[in-house]
Design a protein around this ligand. Structure first.
Ligand code: PLP
Length: 451
């Protein structure tokens, strides 16, 4: 067994192939090569089991905001485990870490998001927000308001409700094409903007939501859900005109607005929340990933006064929750993580570093024929690989060139993800100038090898 033999004697590859089902993986192709086994990490670098030092351009899965190896989080977890490793928050109980975190998050959050509900993953947070939105309308005597409007290429997690709200058709095909979910086009100017200016296209894309509401009837629509920047769908950064128009439309038709900040939250976009970067005042906000920098699973839904008032005063029991809602160790780690985010001004640093990183990428790669666009906000960004940079034409077989480039990154010890033919990056917010140079060098080598 793995635990009873030394690392080198054990065949980890064979055991992984025989027993481990990976998420979002094609297992046949996965085991044609080696699985990269990560054994440790420090700062922005990972180490694998054959000694490679790998630059993590994705901060894990968009989550390790403060970088790896921060002792403060280890100490917070150990201290809390010793004092009180677990107690639930059901049945008229709470713990101090969960109360402290609720107070702290709601004080940081924009608008009137004055209430917090906790879960373990982004998917659970989304599920919770959708249940809250529907419960809100049921309680208010408008049960027909059930439809959730999301967007193509939106990603809202992998529970059935989250997958239904998201716009990933492969997930819909696996049983998540639920009734009472609708989707509209994403504000993807590079891909769909045609001859329109970004500003014109932002309004055009937002008005698809209004058209959809009219088609379904506002009396049947509960909420619109969107990521401030669509992350997993390819770092789709909306033009400035988009979110204010979405906000206007939701207000005009009395539809709740859910900002899914699982990726954008906690400094990634250069402000603490993506809603601040884009001027969104959501009714509900989902948070995960950067809330603990991925050191331990935790997520939250922040709830605005309008919805909270109905849930607290009129709904009666809200039949929803998880054993680990508000897990005290996770909350203690989140508090230590927020200390670091704030004391090191990592949101502001992400904004400044993002500007530098894009400038470096443009200087190194901007003239290459394969580069269609290099975009970013804070430390989340994308490099569009294109068949024709003048017309922004996509490659014939979507995703093939992206996968090739991702593999070249991998061989160059750089983690970057390919979404179709868009290379996406979101390094830890602590990345230094020298590390950004390293990232750009490795990305340049990979992209030159791809074209
Ligand atoms: N929402 C968004 C915007 C996400 O990016 C993700 C994960 O990438 C999720 C929800 C789901 O989070 P989790 O994988 O923690 O369930």
């Amino acid at each position: 067994l793995a635990s009873t033999v030394s690392d080198s004697d054990f065949n980890w590859q064979a055991a992984d192939a025989a027993h481990h089902l990976h998420p979002f993986s094609d297992h046949k192709s996965l085991h044609q090569g080696r699985v990269r086994i990560i054994t440790s990490a420090e700062g922005v670098y990972l180490t694998d089991d054959v000694g490679n030092r790998i630059l993590d351009g994705m901060a894990g899965l968009w989550c390790v905001a403060i970088g790896y190896g921060r002792q403060e989080l280890v100490d917070a977890a150990a201290a809390q485990m010793k004092t009180l490793p677990f107690y639930n928050t059901f049945f008229k109980t709470a713990t101090r870490p969960v109360i402290s975190l609720a107070e702290r998050l709601t004080a940081m959050a924009p608008g009137d998001l004055n209430h917090a509900f906790f879960a373990c993953s982004g998917s659970e947070a989304v599920d919770t927000a959708l249940r809250m939105a529907r419960t809100f309308w049921i309680t208010k005597g408008q049960p027909s308001k059930r439809v959730i409007i999301g967007r193509e290429f939106g990603y809202h997690g992998s529970t059935t409700l989250g997958a239904a709200a998201g716009g990933m058709v492969d997930m819909h095909r696996q049983g998540a094409a639920l009734p009472d979910f609708a989707h509209v086009m994403p504000p993807y100017w590079y891909g769909y903007g045609g001859q329109m200016s970004p500003e014109e296209f932002g309004l055009f894309a937002a008005r698809q939501v209004e058209d959809k509401i009219r088609e379904i009837g506002a009396e049947n629509v509960a909420a619109f859900i969107g990521e401030p920047i669509q992350g997993a769908g390819g770092v789709i950064i909306p033009p400035e005109t988009y979110w204010p128009e979405i906000q206007r439309i939701c207000r005009a038709h009395d539809i709740l607005l859910i900002a899914d900040e699982v990726i954008c939250g906690f400094g990634r976009t250069g402000r603490m929340f993506g809603s601040e970067t884009f001027g969104i005042t959501p009714d509900l906000m989902t948070l995960a990933k950067g809330i603990t920098s991925g050191y331990i699973p935790l997520s939250a839904v922040l709830v605005g006064d309008r919805v909270a008032d109905v849930l607290i005063n009129d709904t009666g029991e809200f039949y929803h929750g998880f054993t680990y809602s508000g897990h005290p160790v996770a909350c203690a780690v989140a508090l230590a993580n927020l200390d670091i985010l704030e004391s090191e001004h990592l949101a502001a640093r992400a904004e400044a570093s993002g500007i530098k990183l894009r400038a470096k990428l443009i200087a190194a790669l901007g003239d290459q024929p394969i580069i269609g666009e290099i975009r970013g906000t804070g430390l989340i960004g994308a490099i569009e690989l294109t068949a024709d940079r003048r017309t922004r034409r996509f490659f014939e077989k979507r995703g093939r060139v992206g996968a090739l480039c991702r593999d070249h990154c991998f061989s160059n010890n750089l983690v970057m993800r390919a979404v179709r033919d868009t290379m996406v990056f979101s390094p830890p917010l602590t990345i230094t100038d020298a590390e950004m140079d390293d990232l750009v060098d490795r990305a340049t080598t990979a992209i030159m090898a791809t074209q």
